[in-house]
Design a protein. Structure first.
Length: 67
């Protein structure tokens, strides 16, 4: 299997692709996202959301209309 190669500095290998937590934090001190980058030159491959806001879903109960 071929090793990935950084497009900026041409270093090869999965060991050079690392991630770092964002400095931005939620109220509970969780990082908002991870930044995936080359550890040699800093080339950024991607940013992935780590802290996700969600709305609680309540079940909807529909009752038939009684005449």
């Amino acid at each position: 299997m071929a090793e990935p190669k950084c497009p900026e500095c041409a270093v090869e290998g999965m060991s050079h692709i690392v991630s770092k937590e964002s400095e931005e934090r939620s109220k509970t001190k969780q990082p908002w996202f991870l930044v995936i980058h080359c550890d040699q030159c800093g080339h950024v491959y991607d940013a992935m959301a780590k802290h996700v806001f969600s709305m609680p879903v309540t079940p909807k109960l529909v009752l038939p209309k009684v005449d």
